[in-house]
Ligand binder design. Structure first.
Ligand SMILES: [Zn+2]
Length: 356
């Protein structure tokens, strides 16, 4: 089973499905759930990395009344998940562990494909989903972590009562998709169905499924901008990535986008004045800078800046695709604020793990 889920994780660990450490996968039997640890990528998973969870212990989590305060709630849930790990296991289980556990299906693969998020981040997403995927469960945006897990768990149970079986595909607004199946073949088949129906729809609406970018700036122009950004932002712009121009996303799209590129880009030429104004308005330095003819991303190191660029491009593609379904729909101010605070912890973990 671990060999199978490892292979499946690699298949869906490509940029078509996830960027950075996004997405997760699991396999289960009656007693145990093996899940991808937090901070590892699907592509780099090996079978010894899976975290083994005692399902009878994780079940206790569904019964507790969690604290109102989001930080206290997430801390409690994290502790309970850690306690559910078998003593021989190491790593930190994904925050979505209870959600994976809630599916009856043996294999669960969760990803954030831009092709899917063109629908989940669109104004008409719910409506389109109903039409294109009548067999699926659609879930309106929910803050990630414990809340997401519990609400989706309840919706899964409701679906099962109504339809006599659980859904094989669950679309989550401004987030991505969960695919569940009892065999690896059924997971593959469901993903194929999802991607091909969406591709067909984008084609019909004449929306390109690839992101075109302008000519990359010259090395001299990149260096010049790099030096300027370093001067304006210090260590947060230790590394800079450059790309030819593309239309960047201009609001909070999904959890991963907010974590890796923040909610808003800087849309004017960077200067002492514009960067300071941006920081006082948003509380952080810009990670994505869109100027005439180019897009730059910043980071505390090369990997960090590179990830911000990957997500900037992913977000731009998502917005382009969302045009097929009524245009982009950003997350609410409240959800964005939750993420920006929650992200601190997630981000620290990623840094600690060398993933940022
Ligand atoms: Zn996710």
């Amino acid at each position: 089973m671990l060999d199978k889920i490892t292979k499946l994780s690699h298949e869906f660990g490509t940029p078509e499905y996830v960027k950075g450490g996004g997405g997760n996968s699991s396999v289960k039997d009656k007693a145990t759930l093996w899940i991808k640890p937090s901070g590892t990528t699907l592509a780099e998973l090996t079978k010894d990395l899976f975290v083994a969870i005692d399902r009878s212990k994780i079940a206790r989590l569904y019964a507790v009344k969690p604290p109102e305060d989001p930080a206290a709630r997430e801390a409690l849930i994290k502790d309970m998940m850690m306690e559910s790990m078998y003593p021989y296991s190491s790593g930190r289980p994904s925050v979505e562990t209870p959600l994976h556990d809630s599916f009856n299906a043996i294999f669960v693969v969760h990803t954030h494909p831009p092709l899917v998020n063109g629908m989940t981040c669109a104004k008409n997403g719910a409506e389109v989903c109903k039409k294109l995927f009548p067999e699926a469960l659609w879930v309106d945006y929910i803050d990630p972590g414990y809340t997401l897990s519990i609400i989706v768990r309840n919706k899964l149970k409701e679906f099962e009562i109504r339809h006599g079986h659980e859904p094989e595909m669950v679309f989550i607004e401004n987030h991505g998709v969960f695919v569940a199946g009892n065999t690896v073949e059924s997971v593959r088949k469901t993903y194929k169905t999802i991607m091909s129906r969406l591709r067909k729809e984008y084609k019909k609406d004449k929306v390109s499924a690839t992101l075109e970018t302008g000519l990359a700036p010259s090395p001299a122009a990149k260096d010049e901008m790099g030096n300027l950004l370093k001067r304006l932002m210090g260590i947060e712009a230790s590394a800079v990535c450059a790309s030819g121009w593309f239309k960047v996303s201009q609001g909070p799209l999904s959890t991963d986008h907010v974590v890796f590129m923040k909610s808003y880009p800087l849309m004017v030429e960077p200067s002492t004045k514009t960067v300071a104004a941006f920081k006082s308005a948003n509380g952080y330095f810009p990670r994505v800078i869109s100027v005439s003819g180019a897009v730059f991303t910043t980071g505390v190191n090369e990997k960090n800046a590179e990830l911000a660029m990957q997500f900037a491009k992913d977000g731009a593609l998502v917005e382009q695709l969302a045009e097929a379904f009524g245009g982009v729909k950003y997350m609410s101010e409240k959800s964005k604020t939750f993420l920006e605070n929650w992200e601190v912890e997630a981000y620290r973990q990623k840094v600690a793990l060398g993933q940022a």
